[in-house]
Design a protein around this ligand. Sequence first.
Ligand code: NAD
Length: 487
Amino acid sequence: MAGTKTLLMLENYIGGKFLPCNSYIDSYDPSTGDVYCRVPDSGKEEVEAAVEAARAAFPGWSARSPQERSQVLHRLADLLEQALEELAQAESKDQGKTITLARTMDIPRSVQNFRFFASSILHHTSECTQMDHMGCLHYTVRAPVGIAGLISPWNLPLYLLTWKIAPAIAAGNTVIAKPSELTSVTAWMMCKLLEKAGVPPGVVNIVFGTGPRVGEALVSHPEVPLISFTGSQPTAERITLLSAPHCKRLSLELGGKNPAIIFEDANLEECIPTTVRSSFANQGEICLCTSRIFVQKSIYSEFLKRFLEATKLWKVGIPSDPSASMGALISKAHLEKVRSYIKKARAEGAQILCGEGVDKLSLPPRNQGGYFMLPTVITDIKDESSCMKEEIFGPVTCVVPFDSEEEVIKRANSVKYGLAATVWSSNVGRVHRVAKKLQSGLVWTNCWLIRELNLPFGGMKSSGVGREGAKDSYEFFTEVKTITIKH
Ligand code: NAD
Protein backbone atom coordinates (compact mmCIF):
# COMPACT_ATOMS: atom_id res chain seq x y z
CA MET A 1 0.00 0.00 0.00
CA ALA A 2 1.37 3.41 -0.95
CA GLY A 3 2.57 5.47 1.98
CA THR A 4 2.44 2.54 4.44
CA LYS A 5 5.85 3.44 5.88
CA THR A 6 4.64 6.76 7.17
CA LEU A 7 1.59 5.38 8.97
CA LEU A 8 1.40 5.72 12.72
CA MET A 9 1.64 2.18 14.18
CA LEU A 10 0.07 1.55 17.59
CA GLU A 11 1.04 -1.28 19.92
CA ASN A 12 -0.77 -2.97 22.78
CA TYR A 13 0.33 -2.07 26.30
CA ILE A 14 0.37 -5.20 28.45
CA GLY A 15 2.24 -5.75 31.72
CA GLY A 16 4.06 -2.43 31.32
CA LYS A 17 5.41 -3.31 27.85
CA PHE A 18 4.52 -2.15 24.34
CA LEU A 19 3.85 -5.26 22.28
CA PRO A 20 3.27 -5.50 18.53
CA CYS A 21 0.41 -7.55 17.15
CA ASN A 22 0.15 -10.06 14.29
CA SER A 23 -2.46 -8.09 12.42
CA TYR A 24 -3.65 -4.50 12.22
CA ILE A 25 -6.75 -2.45 11.36
CA ASP A 26 -6.62 0.71 9.26
CA SER A 27 -7.66 3.87 11.06
CA TYR A 28 -8.87 6.86 9.04
CA ASP A 29 -8.41 10.60 9.38
CA PRO A 30 -12.08 11.73 9.30
CA SER A 31 -11.16 15.11 7.83
CA THR A 32 -9.61 13.59 4.67
CA GLY A 33 -10.82 10.00 4.51
CA ASP A 34 -7.17 8.83 4.30
CA VAL A 35 -5.71 5.96 6.31
CA TYR A 36 -3.15 7.48 8.66
CA CYS A 37 -2.77 5.00 11.47
CA ARG A 38 -2.81 1.25 12.10
CA VAL A 39 -4.38 -0.20 15.23
CA PRO A 40 -3.59 -3.69 16.58
CA ASP A 41 -6.31 -6.17 15.66
CA SER A 42 -5.95 -8.08 18.92
CA GLY A 43 -7.98 -11.06 20.02
CA LYS A 44 -8.23 -13.74 22.70
CA GLU A 45 -4.48 -14.29 22.95
CA GLU A 46 -3.74 -10.65 23.80
CA VAL A 47 -6.64 -10.51 26.25
CA GLU A 48 -5.26 -13.63 27.93
CA ALA A 49 -1.82 -12.01 28.27
CA ALA A 50 -3.45 -8.89 29.72
CA VAL A 51 -5.42 -10.97 32.24
CA GLU A 52 -2.18 -12.63 33.37
CA ALA A 53 -0.49 -9.25 33.80
CA ALA A 54 -3.48 -7.75 35.62
CA ARG A 55 -3.77 -10.78 37.89
CA ALA A 56 -0.06 -10.58 38.81
CA ALA A 57 -0.27 -6.84 39.55
CA PHE A 58 -3.44 -7.00 41.65
CA PRO A 59 -2.05 -8.10 45.06
CA GLY A 60 0.58 -5.33 45.16
CA TRP A 61 -1.63 -2.55 43.85
CA SER A 62 -4.68 -3.40 45.97
CA ALA A 63 -2.49 -3.55 49.09
CA ARG A 64 -1.34 0.06 48.64
CA SER A 65 -3.05 2.71 50.73
CA PRO A 66 -5.56 5.02 49.05
CA GLN A 67 -3.07 7.85 49.68
CA GLU A 68 -0.33 6.05 47.74
CA ARG A 69 -2.66 5.29 44.85
CA SER A 70 -3.92 8.86 44.92
CA GLN A 71 -0.38 10.19 44.47
CA VAL A 72 0.10 8.03 41.38
CA LEU A 73 -3.14 9.35 39.89
CA HIS A 74 -2.06 12.93 40.59
CA ARG A 75 1.28 12.34 38.86
CA LEU A 76 -0.49 10.89 35.84
CA ALA A 77 -2.82 13.90 35.73
CA ASP A 78 0.20 16.24 35.80
CA LEU A 79 1.91 14.35 32.96
CA LEU A 80 -1.25 14.40 30.83
CA GLU A 81 -1.58 18.11 31.49
CA GLN A 82 2.00 18.72 30.37
CA ALA A 83 1.17 16.88 27.14
CA LEU A 84 -2.17 18.67 26.70
CA GLU A 85 -1.45 20.32 23.37
CA GLU A 86 0.04 17.19 21.81
CA LEU A 87 -2.88 15.07 23.03
CA ALA A 88 -5.43 17.64 21.83
CA GLN A 89 -3.88 17.68 18.35
CA ALA A 90 -3.96 13.88 18.25
CA GLU A 91 -7.56 13.63 19.49
CA SER A 92 -8.74 16.16 16.94
CA LYS A 93 -6.99 14.37 14.07
CA ASP A 94 -8.15 10.93 15.13
CA GLN A 95 -11.78 11.77 15.93
CA GLY A 96 -12.52 14.67 13.56
CA LYS A 97 -13.56 17.04 16.36
CA THR A 98 -12.31 20.61 16.38
CA ILE A 99 -8.95 21.32 17.94
CA THR A 100 -10.71 23.92 20.11
CA LEU A 101 -13.01 21.31 21.64
CA ALA A 102 -10.16 18.84 22.17
CA ARG A 103 -8.11 21.60 23.87
CA THR A 104 -10.88 22.97 26.04
CA MET A 105 -12.96 19.90 26.80
CA ASP A 106 -11.59 16.44 25.97
CA ILE A 107 -8.06 16.64 27.30
CA PRO A 108 -8.65 18.98 30.26
CA ARG A 109 -11.48 16.69 31.37
CA SER A 110 -9.22 13.62 31.03
CA VAL A 111 -6.73 15.35 33.34
CA GLN A 112 -9.54 16.26 35.70
CA ASN A 113 -10.82 12.67 35.79
CA PHE A 114 -7.54 11.52 37.39
CA ARG A 115 -7.37 14.51 39.78
CA PHE A 116 -11.00 14.06 40.76
CA PHE A 117 -10.72 10.37 41.65
CA ALA A 118 -7.28 10.91 43.24
CA SER A 119 -9.08 13.19 45.66
CA SER A 120 -12.42 11.43 46.08
CA ILE A 121 -10.80 8.07 46.94
CA LEU A 122 -9.52 9.69 50.15
CA HIS A 123 -12.98 10.61 51.40
CA HIS A 124 -15.09 7.48 51.49
CA THR A 125 -16.28 6.15 54.82
CA SER A 126 -17.90 2.86 55.70
CA GLU A 127 -21.18 2.29 57.53
CA CYS A 128 -21.61 1.14 61.11
CA THR A 129 -24.80 0.42 63.07
CA GLN A 130 -25.29 -0.87 66.60
CA MET A 131 -27.86 -3.44 67.79
CA ASP A 132 -27.49 -3.17 71.56
CA HIS A 133 -30.36 -5.54 72.43
CA MET A 134 -28.46 -8.32 70.62
CA GLY A 135 -25.03 -7.15 71.81
CA CYS A 136 -23.96 -6.57 68.21
CA LEU A 137 -22.15 -4.05 66.15
CA HIS A 138 -22.48 -4.22 62.36
CA TYR A 139 -20.13 -2.53 59.93
CA THR A 140 -19.21 -2.63 56.27
CA VAL A 141 -15.84 -3.00 54.61
CA ARG A 142 -15.08 -2.53 50.93
CA ALA A 143 -12.41 -4.15 48.77
CA PRO A 144 -11.49 -3.78 45.11
CA VAL A 145 -13.25 -6.33 42.91
CA GLY A 146 -10.20 -7.54 40.95
CA ILE A 147 -9.62 -7.14 37.22
CA ALA A 148 -11.94 -4.56 35.67
CA GLY A 149 -12.83 -4.71 31.97
CA LEU A 150 -13.37 -1.23 30.53
CA ILE A 151 -14.84 -0.63 27.06
CA SER A 152 -15.27 2.87 25.65
CA PRO A 153 -16.65 4.52 22.47
CA TRP A 154 -15.20 6.84 19.83
CA ASN A 155 -16.98 10.12 20.49
CA LEU A 156 -15.00 11.35 23.52
CA PRO A 157 -12.08 8.92 23.34
CA LEU A 158 -9.64 9.81 26.14
CA TYR A 159 -12.29 11.63 28.20
CA LEU A 160 -14.53 8.56 28.58
CA LEU A 161 -11.70 6.03 28.87
CA THR A 162 -10.08 7.93 31.76
CA TRP A 163 -13.51 8.37 33.42
CA LYS A 164 -13.37 4.57 33.83
CA ILE A 165 -9.65 3.91 34.40
CA ALA A 166 -9.31 6.56 37.14
CA PRO A 167 -12.01 5.30 39.57
CA ALA A 168 -11.13 1.65 38.87
CA ILE A 169 -7.45 1.95 39.78
CA ALA A 170 -8.07 4.51 42.55
CA ALA A 171 -10.18 1.84 44.27
CA GLY A 172 -7.32 -0.70 43.95
CA ASN A 173 -8.41 -2.73 40.92
CA THR A 174 -6.20 -3.56 37.98
CA VAL A 175 -7.69 -2.93 34.56
CA ILE A 176 -7.85 -4.10 30.97
CA ALA A 177 -9.15 -1.31 28.80
CA LYS A 178 -10.34 -1.43 25.21
CA PRO A 179 -10.82 1.91 23.49
CA SER A 180 -12.81 2.13 20.26
CA GLU A 181 -10.85 0.80 17.28
CA LEU A 182 -11.83 4.02 15.48
CA THR A 183 -10.08 6.27 18.01
CA SER A 184 -7.20 4.55 19.79
CA VAL A 185 -4.36 7.06 19.45
CA THR A 186 -4.65 9.12 22.65
CA ALA A 187 -5.04 5.98 24.78
CA TRP A 188 -1.78 4.67 23.28
CA MET A 189 -0.12 8.05 23.96
CA MET A 190 -1.26 7.88 27.58
CA CYS A 191 0.37 4.44 27.94
CA LYS A 192 3.74 6.15 27.35
CA LEU A 193 3.18 8.19 30.53
CA LEU A 194 2.11 5.39 32.86
CA GLU A 195 5.55 4.18 33.93
CA LYS A 196 6.78 7.71 34.62
CA ALA A 197 3.68 8.39 36.70
CA GLY A 198 4.53 5.35 38.84
CA VAL A 199 1.74 3.05 37.65
CA PRO A 200 3.22 -0.43 38.24
CA PRO A 201 3.34 -2.84 35.26
CA GLY A 202 0.07 -4.73 34.84
CA VAL A 203 -2.12 -2.22 36.71
CA VAL A 204 -3.29 -0.61 33.46
CA ASN A 205 -3.31 -2.78 30.35
CA ILE A 206 -4.66 -1.50 27.07
CA VAL A 207 -5.60 -4.00 24.37
CA PHE A 208 -6.54 -2.43 21.05
CA GLY A 209 -8.90 -3.91 18.52
CA THR A 210 -12.50 -4.48 17.56
CA GLY A 211 -15.56 -5.17 19.68
CA PRO A 212 -16.28 -8.65 18.31
CA ARG A 213 -12.66 -9.79 18.94
CA VAL A 214 -11.14 -7.96 21.92
CA GLY A 215 -14.40 -6.72 23.45
CA GLU A 216 -16.05 -10.12 23.46
CA ALA A 217 -12.91 -11.91 24.70
CA LEU A 218 -12.82 -9.47 27.63
CA VAL A 219 -16.52 -9.71 28.40
CA SER A 220 -16.46 -13.52 28.24
CA HIS A 221 -13.30 -13.96 30.31
CA PRO A 222 -14.11 -15.72 33.59
CA GLU A 223 -11.39 -13.83 35.49
CA VAL A 224 -12.81 -10.40 34.65
CA PRO A 225 -15.72 -10.07 37.10
CA LEU A 226 -16.77 -6.56 36.17
CA ILE A 227 -17.40 -4.68 32.92
CA SER A 228 -17.84 -0.94 32.62
CA PHE A 229 -19.14 -0.15 29.15
CA THR A 230 -20.03 3.08 27.38
CA GLY A 231 -21.45 2.74 23.90
CA SER A 232 -24.56 1.83 22.00
CA GLN A 233 -27.61 -0.05 23.16
CA PRO A 234 -27.26 -3.01 20.73
CA THR A 235 -23.69 -3.61 21.93
CA ALA A 236 -24.89 -3.42 25.53
CA GLU A 237 -27.42 -6.17 24.78
CA ARG A 238 -24.64 -8.39 23.43
CA ILE A 239 -22.42 -7.66 26.44
CA THR A 240 -25.27 -8.47 28.83
CA LEU A 241 -25.86 -11.77 27.06
CA LEU A 242 -22.18 -12.78 27.09
CA SER A 243 -21.64 -11.85 30.71
CA ALA A 244 -24.81 -13.53 31.98
CA PRO A 245 -23.27 -17.02 32.44
CA HIS A 246 -20.64 -15.45 34.73
CA CYS A 247 -23.10 -13.17 36.61
CA LYS A 248 -20.78 -10.23 35.97
CA ARG A 249 -21.27 -6.82 37.46
CA LEU A 250 -22.18 -4.41 34.66
CA SER A 251 -22.23 -0.66 34.30
CA LEU A 252 -23.82 0.35 30.98
CA GLU A 253 -23.79 3.97 29.78
CA LEU A 254 -25.76 4.04 26.53
CA GLY A 255 -27.44 6.28 24.00
CA GLY A 256 -30.08 8.96 24.22
CA LYS A 257 -32.81 10.77 22.31
CA ASN A 258 -32.63 13.85 24.42
CA PRO A 259 -35.43 16.43 24.50
CA ALA A 260 -35.14 20.17 25.04
CA ILE A 261 -38.40 21.64 26.33
CA ILE A 262 -38.70 25.36 25.76
CA PHE A 263 -41.57 27.17 27.50
CA GLU A 264 -42.87 30.60 26.43
CA ASP A 265 -41.25 32.28 29.45
CA ALA A 266 -37.75 31.00 28.56
CA ASN A 267 -34.90 33.45 28.29
CA LEU A 268 -34.27 33.05 24.55
CA GLU A 269 -31.07 35.08 24.66
CA GLU A 270 -29.49 32.21 26.61
CA CYS A 271 -31.65 29.37 25.37
CA ILE A 272 -30.93 29.75 21.64
CA PRO A 273 -27.12 29.68 21.64
CA THR A 274 -27.13 26.94 24.28
CA THR A 275 -29.59 24.83 22.29
CA VAL A 276 -27.51 25.26 19.13
CA ARG A 277 -24.51 24.04 21.12
CA SER A 278 -26.44 21.20 22.76
CA SER A 279 -27.62 20.04 19.31
CA PHE A 280 -24.37 20.34 17.36
CA ALA A 281 -21.39 20.26 19.74
CA ASN A 282 -18.85 17.61 18.73
CA GLN A 283 -20.85 17.17 15.45
CA GLY A 284 -23.83 16.08 17.56
CA GLU A 285 -21.76 13.07 18.59
CA ILE A 286 -22.28 13.35 22.33
CA CYS A 287 -24.72 11.03 24.06
CA LEU A 288 -26.12 14.11 25.84
CA CYS A 289 -26.82 16.12 22.68
CA THR A 290 -30.32 17.48 22.10
CA SER A 291 -32.15 15.92 19.16
CA ARG A 292 -35.81 16.78 19.83
CA ILE A 293 -36.67 20.41 20.53
CA PHE A 294 -40.20 21.01 21.83
CA VAL A 295 -41.16 24.70 21.70
CA GLN A 296 -44.35 26.18 23.19
CA LYS A 297 -46.67 27.29 20.37
CA SER A 298 -46.83 30.99 21.33
CA ILE A 299 -43.07 31.41 20.72
CA TYR A 300 -42.58 28.69 18.09
CA SER A 301 -42.16 30.98 15.04
CA GLU A 302 -39.86 33.40 16.80
CA PHE A 303 -37.76 30.58 18.26
CA LEU A 304 -37.46 28.81 14.92
CA LYS A 305 -36.39 31.94 13.07
CA ARG A 306 -33.72 32.82 15.64
CA PHE A 307 -32.60 29.20 16.07
CA LEU A 308 -32.07 28.86 12.31
CA GLU A 309 -30.10 32.11 12.14
CA ALA A 310 -27.86 30.89 14.98
CA THR A 311 -27.44 27.42 13.43
CA LYS A 312 -26.25 28.95 10.16
CA LEU A 313 -23.43 30.62 12.12
CA TRP A 314 -22.30 27.25 13.49
CA LYS A 315 -19.31 26.91 11.23
CA VAL A 316 -18.28 23.56 9.79
CA GLY A 317 -14.55 23.54 9.15
CA ILE A 318 -11.47 21.38 9.12
CA PRO A 319 -10.67 20.24 12.68
CA SER A 320 -7.45 22.26 12.86
CA ASP A 321 -9.30 25.53 12.05
CA PRO A 322 -9.58 27.38 15.39
CA SER A 323 -12.65 29.26 14.16
CA ALA A 324 -14.63 26.08 13.35
CA SER A 325 -17.55 25.14 15.61
CA MET A 326 -17.79 21.64 14.18
CA GLY A 327 -15.42 19.25 12.41
CA ALA A 328 -15.90 15.94 10.59
CA LEU A 329 -18.05 12.98 11.59
CA ILE A 330 -16.25 9.85 12.74
CA SER A 331 -16.52 7.62 9.66
CA LYS A 332 -17.95 7.25 6.20
CA ALA A 333 -20.39 4.60 7.43
CA HIS A 334 -21.59 6.89 10.20
CA LEU A 335 -21.98 9.85 7.85
CA GLU A 336 -24.08 7.69 5.54
CA LYS A 337 -26.20 6.50 8.47
CA VAL A 338 -26.85 10.09 9.60
CA ARG A 339 -27.72 11.15 6.04
CA SER A 340 -30.12 8.22 5.69
CA TYR A 341 -32.22 9.60 8.56
CA ILE A 342 -32.52 12.95 6.78
CA LYS A 343 -33.53 11.18 3.59
CA LYS A 344 -36.20 9.24 5.49
CA ALA A 345 -37.55 12.42 7.10
CA ARG A 346 -37.76 14.10 3.69
CA ALA A 347 -39.62 11.11 2.24
CA GLU A 348 -42.10 11.30 5.13
CA GLY A 349 -42.90 14.91 4.21
CA ALA A 350 -40.84 16.67 6.88
CA GLN A 351 -39.14 19.95 6.04
CA ILE A 352 -35.37 20.26 6.10
CA LEU A 353 -34.86 23.94 6.90
CA CYS A 354 -31.08 24.10 6.72
CA GLY A 355 -28.03 21.89 6.37
CA GLU A 356 -27.81 18.58 4.51
CA GLY A 357 -29.22 18.80 0.99
CA VAL A 358 -30.25 22.45 1.45
CA ASP A 359 -27.08 24.51 1.88
CA LYS A 360 -23.71 24.10 0.25
CA LEU A 361 -20.70 23.03 2.22
CA SER A 362 -17.40 24.42 1.03
CA LEU A 363 -14.21 22.58 1.91
CA PRO A 364 -10.55 22.86 0.87
CA PRO A 365 -9.64 20.41 -1.96
CA ARG A 366 -7.60 18.24 0.42
CA ASN A 367 -10.69 17.67 2.59
CA GLN A 368 -13.19 16.79 -0.13
CA GLY A 369 -13.03 13.11 0.91
CA GLY A 370 -13.64 13.95 4.59
CA TYR A 371 -16.82 13.02 6.45
CA PHE A 372 -18.33 16.49 6.81
CA MET A 373 -21.93 17.62 6.87
CA LEU A 374 -23.74 20.80 7.80
CA PRO A 375 -25.83 21.15 10.96
CA THR A 376 -29.33 20.19 9.93
CA VAL A 377 -32.69 21.34 11.31
CA ILE A 378 -35.89 19.40 10.61
CA THR A 379 -39.49 20.55 11.22
CA ASP A 380 -43.01 19.36 10.37
CA ILE A 381 -42.10 15.92 11.60
CA LYS A 382 -44.29 13.47 13.51
CA ASP A 383 -43.32 12.12 16.94
CA GLU A 384 -43.56 8.58 15.46
CA SER A 385 -40.92 9.29 12.79
CA SER A 386 -37.62 7.44 13.20
CA CYS A 387 -35.83 10.83 13.39
CA MET A 388 -37.87 11.56 16.52
CA LYS A 389 -37.50 8.08 18.04
CA GLU A 390 -34.05 6.72 17.23
CA GLU A 391 -30.62 7.95 18.24
CA ILE A 392 -29.00 9.55 15.15
CA PHE A 393 -25.81 10.66 16.92
CA GLY A 394 -25.01 13.37 14.37
CA PRO A 395 -25.62 17.09 13.73
CA VAL A 396 -29.37 16.73 13.21
CA THR A 397 -32.12 18.13 15.38
CA CYS A 398 -35.91 18.27 15.06
CA VAL A 399 -38.00 21.26 16.17
CA VAL A 400 -41.70 20.74 16.94
CA PRO A 401 -44.40 22.82 18.70
CA PHE A 402 -46.39 21.91 21.84
CA ASP A 403 -49.36 23.38 23.74
CA SER A 404 -49.34 22.32 27.38
CA GLU A 405 -46.97 21.18 30.09
CA GLU A 406 -48.76 17.88 30.52
CA GLU A 407 -48.67 17.18 26.78
CA VAL A 408 -44.95 17.92 26.38
CA ILE A 409 -43.94 15.71 29.31
CA LYS A 410 -45.84 12.82 27.78
CA ARG A 411 -44.25 13.38 24.37
CA ALA A 412 -40.74 13.86 25.78
CA ASN A 413 -41.10 10.55 27.65
CA SER A 414 -42.45 8.67 24.63
CA VAL A 415 -39.10 7.20 23.48
CA LYS A 416 -37.21 4.15 24.73
CA TYR A 417 -34.27 6.27 25.92
CA GLY A 418 -33.98 8.35 29.11
CA LEU A 419 -30.55 9.92 29.34
CA ALA A 420 -30.58 13.75 29.44
CA ALA A 421 -33.19 16.50 29.06
CA THR A 422 -33.09 20.28 29.16
CA VAL A 423 -35.95 22.47 30.37
CA TRP A 424 -36.10 26.20 29.66
CA SER A 425 -38.44 28.36 31.75
CA SER A 426 -38.20 31.22 34.24
CA ASN A 427 -40.95 29.71 36.39
CA VAL A 428 -39.19 27.89 39.24
CA GLY A 429 -42.24 25.86 40.19
CA ARG A 430 -42.65 24.61 36.64
CA VAL A 431 -38.97 23.77 36.33
CA HIS A 432 -39.14 21.56 39.45
CA ARG A 433 -42.41 19.95 38.40
CA VAL A 434 -41.31 19.12 34.87
CA ALA A 435 -37.82 17.94 35.91
CA LYS A 436 -39.36 15.47 38.36
CA LYS A 437 -41.75 14.03 35.77
CA LEU A 438 -39.23 13.54 32.97
CA GLN A 439 -37.95 10.00 32.53
CA SER A 440 -34.34 11.04 32.32
CA GLY A 441 -31.24 10.34 34.39
CA LEU A 442 -30.10 13.96 34.01
CA VAL A 443 -32.17 17.14 33.67
CA TRP A 444 -30.48 20.46 33.01
CA THR A 445 -32.69 23.49 33.48
CA ASN A 446 -31.78 26.78 31.77
CA CYS A 447 -28.35 25.32 30.89
CA TRP A 448 -26.69 22.27 29.32
CA LEU A 449 -23.75 20.04 30.16
CA ILE A 450 -22.73 21.61 33.43
CA ARG A 451 -21.33 18.55 35.15
CA GLU A 452 -20.92 17.94 38.89
CA LEU A 453 -18.70 14.88 38.98
CA ASN A 454 -19.64 14.03 42.57
CA LEU A 455 -23.24 13.31 41.65
CA PRO A 456 -24.67 10.32 39.78
CA PHE A 457 -24.36 10.28 35.98
CA GLY A 458 -26.31 7.80 33.90
CA GLY A 459 -29.50 7.00 32.07
CA MET A 460 -32.92 5.48 32.65
CA LYS A 461 -34.74 2.96 30.44
CA SER A 462 -32.61 1.90 27.42
CA SER A 463 -30.05 4.61 28.19
CA GLY A 464 -28.27 2.47 30.70
CA VAL A 465 -27.82 0.48 33.84
CA GLY A 466 -26.05 1.94 36.86
CA ARG A 467 -24.57 5.34 37.57
CA GLU A 468 -21.06 6.83 37.56
CA GLY A 469 -19.72 9.55 39.88
CA ALA A 470 -17.69 9.82 43.08
CA LYS A 471 -19.77 7.52 45.29
CA ASP A 472 -21.39 5.52 42.49
CA SER A 473 -18.13 4.62 40.76
CA TYR A 474 -16.54 3.75 44.11
CA GLU A 475 -19.41 1.42 44.90
CA PHE A 476 -19.28 -0.13 41.43
CA PHE A 477 -15.54 -0.77 41.55
CA THR A 478 -15.56 -2.25 45.07
CA GLU A 479 -17.18 -5.27 46.70
CA VAL A 480 -18.93 -4.58 50.00
CA LYS A 481 -19.06 -6.93 52.95
CA THR A 482 -21.17 -6.58 56.13
CA ILE A 483 -19.49 -7.83 59.30
CA THR A 484 -21.34 -8.45 62.56
CA ILE A 485 -19.45 -8.53 65.86
CA LYS A 486 -21.19 -9.92 68.94
CA HIS A 487 -19.63 -9.03 72.26
P1 NAD B 1 -20.47 0.88 20.06
O1 NAD B 1 -21.43 0.20 20.98
O2 NAD B 1 -20.46 0.52 18.64
O3 NAD B 1 -18.97 0.67 20.58
C1 NAD B 1 -18.56 1.03 21.87
C2 NAD B 1 -17.38 0.16 22.26
O4 NAD B 1 -17.82 -1.19 22.35
C3 NAD B 1 -16.24 0.17 21.25
O5 NAD B 1 -15.02 0.11 21.93
C4 NAD B 1 -16.49 -1.09 20.47
O6 NAD B 1 -15.35 -1.63 19.85
C5 NAD B 1 -17.00 -2.02 21.56
N1 NAD B 1 -17.80 -3.13 21.07
C6 NAD B 1 -18.50 -3.23 19.90
N2 NAD B 1 -19.06 -4.44 19.80
C7 NAD B 1 -18.74 -5.13 20.91
C8 NAD B 1 -19.02 -6.44 21.39
N3 NAD B 1 -19.76 -7.29 20.68
N4 NAD B 1 -18.53 -6.83 22.60
C9 NAD B 1 -17.79 -5.96 23.33
N5 NAD B 1 -17.45 -4.71 22.92
C10 NAD B 1 -17.93 -4.30 21.73
O7 NAD B 1 -20.71 2.44 20.29
P2 NAD B 1 -19.98 3.63 19.50
O8 NAD B 1 -20.58 3.71 18.15
O9 NAD B 1 -18.52 3.50 19.68
O10 NAD B 1 -20.44 4.89 20.39
C11 NAD B 1 -21.61 5.58 20.17
C12 NAD B 1 -22.65 5.18 21.20
O11 NAD B 1 -22.16 5.40 22.51
C13 NAD B 1 -23.90 6.02 21.09
O12 NAD B 1 -25.02 5.20 21.25
C14 NAD B 1 -23.77 6.99 22.26
O13 NAD B 1 -24.96 7.53 22.73
C15 NAD B 1 -23.12 6.11 23.28
N6 NAD B 1 -22.48 6.91 24.33
C16 NAD B 1 -23.03 6.92 25.58
C17 NAD B 1 -22.45 7.70 26.58
C18 NAD B 1 -23.02 7.74 27.98
O14 NAD B 1 -22.31 8.17 28.88
N7 NAD B 1 -24.26 7.32 28.20
C19 NAD B 1 -21.32 8.45 26.29
C20 NAD B 1 -20.79 8.41 25.00
C21 NAD B 1 -21.37 7.62 24.02
